[in-house]
Design a protein around this ligand. Sequence first.
Ligand code: ATP
Length: 372
Amino acid sequence: MTDTPTGGDVRLTGISKTYGSFTAVHPLDLTVPEGSFFALLGASGCGKTTTLRMIAGLEEPTTGTVLLGDRDVTDLPPHKRPVNTVFQSYALFPHLDVHENIAFGLRRRGVRSVRRQVDEMLELVQLGDKARHRPHQLSGGQQQRVAVARALINHPRVLLLDEPLGALDLKLRRRMQLELKRIQTEVGITFVHVTHDQEEAMTMADTVAVMNAGRVEQMGAPAELYDNPRTTFVANFLGTSNLIEAEVVEVGADVVATAGGGTLRLPADRCPAPVRAGGRLLVGIRPEKITLAHADDADAIPSGRNRTAGRIADTSFIGVSTQYAVDGPAGTGLQVYEQNIERDPRLVPGAEVVLHWNPAHTFGLDAAQDVE
Ligand code: ATP
C-alpha cells in the first residue's frame, strides 16, 4: 500500500528486504505520524521485525530509503540514528544496579552529572524505590521498564520496541501495555511497536499496520481496521468475522446482495471497488453485532435490518456472554455473541433462528480473495 511521503516521523519509501531468493519484506511505503504510538502487527515470519530493524539500521534494506523526520538515514549506522530499540530480552547489565543501567548511555557519551536525568526517568517508569536494585532482584515487568528508561534517557526521536512484552505472563503483559501507553503519552515521542498480539496492538496503538507475508495489508486506527477491514486476512486476524458469500443484485448508495434467499444490504463505501450487479461479494459482520431471534419471533424483527436464517449448532456459556455457532446459508458457519442480559431458553442446539443486524455495521470484501 502507498501512503503520503510527507509529514511523518518515520518515512519508509520502497523499502524491501530479500535474503537470497526469499523476500522477507516486499517494497513498502509507510509513514508513521509524528508523536504517535504505531504498531506493526502480524503473525510470526510476516516481516515486522525485519521492517523495524531496517528503521533501526540493524538490517540493511535491499531497496528503498528510510527517513527520520526530514533526514535520510538509510546509510547511517544504528548508533548515528536518532532512535533507540527496546528488545524482548531486556539486555540489562546484570552487574549494574537500576540507576547505573539507566545512566549507561549518558556516561558513555561523557555526560558527567546524570543524577537529575536518571531520577526523572526513574519517576517516569515508577521505579524510584528500586534505584539500587540489581536486575535479578526485579520482576520481568520492572526489568522491562528499566530497559525503556535506559532507551528514553538518550532522547531518541523514535523509540522502537520489538515484542517488548513477549516474555511476560498474560496479566503482567496487560498491565505493561497500559503502562507503556502512559509513558508514550507522557514523553510524547513516536513509538513503533512490533507485536503478533492483535489485542495488544489495538489496546496500545493510535495507528496499526497489519502485515502479512512481507506486505502491509491495511493501516489505520484500531477501530477503523476492526469495523472496516479491507481484506479477509485483516477481517480474520483482528477478531472473528462472519463472511457470507452473496450475489450482488443492486448497486447504489447501498449495495444489496442476496444469500440463501435472504437480502443483505450494506453501505457502498464499505465495499471493495468495483462492485457490480451479478458479481459476488463476501458480506462481513462481527459476531457481537448480530442479534439472534427464535424463528417463531421472526415477524417481530424491525424492518430495515439485515437478516439471514440458520440453525443453532452449538452454544457456549462464558459468563458475560453466550457464544452461538450457527449453520447459516449454504452451510456457512456463523458465530454470534450475545450478552447475557435476558437469555431466551429456546436458543439451544437444533433451534431454527434468524440472525439480524444493522446494515451500517456490515462490510464487504472481494469474494475472489481466499477466505482464511
Ligand atoms: P517473528 O515474530 O517470528 O520474529 P517477524 O514477523 O518479525 O516474525 P521477521 O523476523 O521479520 O518476521 O522475518 C521475516 C522472514 O524473513 C521470516 O520468514 C524469516 O525466516 C526470514 N529471515 C529473517 N532474517 C533472515 C536471515 N538473516 N536470513 C534468511 N531469512 C531471514
